[in-house]
Design a protein around this ligand. Structure first.
Ligand code: ZN
Length: 416
């Protein structure tokens, strides 16, 4: 018989999809790695063969997810991509393990890779986590970034370069064969590198359609770095599943996203832009002049406006965004959700849905809801995050994290 755990006296936030949902008193029965039953009030159960964990009124919500993750960036990362790429693989692997542990300790049980600095970082971490060697979230593994000749990151030695549709197919197939399941393509520039403005468009429809097709054949999907509206429109009309940033949106881009409403997701990375334009990166040499030159101030204002539009249009927004800089440190992932509430006007529950319920169909897993039959990935916190979203940012309030029905993290301060 598989291991059963009864979580008693919880305030359950099931993530039903209602943006005004509040936690309710309940119990959760976990059997093996799945949720077996969820009750209002106490579950009537013979507990003789069940481990009972009384959480004494703590909120229990689904484990959170981040859809734009770089586990290659060490805890002390300072924008030295090439230094990390050149680090000895053994030493680097320990840095990656520390980041993986940080995710799960922060309540994040799922991440979607958005490009690595050593080719197998995500794949090796995923396999080590799945084998129980190190703690960490579920990882939808990415590989090296994919770019095209003359585009951003070409010549860096840290990306795969595709000149045409056939070349791109070959790269997608090779990365998938190595275990990658989320391919990351650069299809726009990024104002922080002034030679490559955010409005630049790289690759073309034929290349993206080929990449989408090839990824699909391998049970993988395509994600893109797309900041300007033309790149967003191209991604939407060619079947890309996950669009990162989408900072600028014109009518055409919004219409293309609307046509794909049921199988496209947008992951903004709003907290990153917020931190940049708020001067949080200044101690690390990102001066106000550099921010001016990057166009990030306009980009930030445009992204806030764009997210409001997407929200009204019913396009699914998933949380995530380039955490791991010293100004958006690892472990502060839930700051992204606070920005959605504060700047975009989401309810706290709606922001949580962007990191839970909306993630499940994106990655094709029964995750992101507390519901019978779903994987038992759960976060236990003190306080009510539907009242105050910043509860999720406080390490001291995190009591425990379950993944696959097992305790992946227990706060020793709370449960000695
Ligand atoms: Zn990124």
């Amino acid at each position: 018989m598989s291991q059963r755990t009864l979580i008693r006296n919880a305030r359950v936030l099931a993530c039903t999809g209602d943006p005004d949902e509040r936690p309710v008193d309940g119990d959760i029965l976990v059997d093996g790695n799945r949720i077996a039953q969820v009750s209002r009030g106490r579950l009537d159960l013979d507990t003789s063969s069940t481990r009972v964990v009384d959480v004494r009124g703590a909120t229990v919500l689904p484990g959170l997810g981040d859809a734009h993750t770089h586990i290659s960036w060490p805890l002390d990362f300072v924008f030295d991509h090439s230094g990390v790429a050149a680090e000895s693989p053994a030493r680097h692997a320990l840095d990656v393990a520390a980041v993986a542990r940080t995710f799960v300790e922060s309540g994040y049980t799922l991440v979607v890779g958005a490009g690595v600095l050593q080719p197998l970082d995500d794949v090796l971490a995923r396999d080590a986590i799945d084998a129980g060697l190190i703690p960490g979230p579920r990882i939808v593994a990415s590989g090296l970034l994919v770019t095209s000749p003359g585009a951003i990151s070409d010549g860096s030695g840290m990306s795969d370069v595709a000149a045409d549709a056939d070349g791109l197919r070959e790269i997608v197939a090779r990365q998938c064969d190595s275990g990658v399941r989320a391919l990351k393509l650069f299809i726009s520039g990024d104002g922080i590198v002034p030679e490559f403005p955010s409005d630049d468009v790289y690759m073309n429809d034929e290349m993206l359609a080929a990449a989408v097709d090839e990824a699909d054949r391998h049970g993988a999907f395509i994600t893109v770095h797309a900041r300007g509206s033309a790149s967003v429109a191209m991604a939407a009309r060619t079947g890309v599943r996950l669009i990162h940033h989408a900072c600028f949106l014109d009518e055409e881009a919004v219409r293309a996203l609307e046509e794909r409403r049921d199988d496209v997701w947008v992951c903004p990375g709003l907290h990153y832009l917020y931190a940049m334009v708020s001067g949080h990166a200044e101690p690390w040499g990102v001066t106000p002049e550099k921010i001016d030159a990057s166009g990030y101030r306009q980009e930030f204002a445009s992204q806030v406006e764009g997210l409001r539009r997407l929200r009204e249009a019913g396009i699914r927004i998933v949380a995530g965004g380039d955490f791991g800089h010293q100004w958006t440190r690892h472990g502060t992932y839930a700051a992204e959700l606070a920005r959605y509430v504060e700047l975009v006007g989401m309810t706290p529950t709606e922001a949580i849905l962007a990191a839970s319920r909306s993630m499940g169909p994106l990655v094709g897993l029964d995750v992101g809801q507390i519901r019978a039959g779903y994987l038992a990935d759960l976060l236990v916190v003190d306080g009510d995050p539907t009242e105050d979203i910043t509860v999720l940012q406080e390490p001291a309030r995190r009591r425990a994290v379950l993944k696959d029905g097992a305790f992946a993290y227990v706060n020793a301060e709370v449960y000695p």
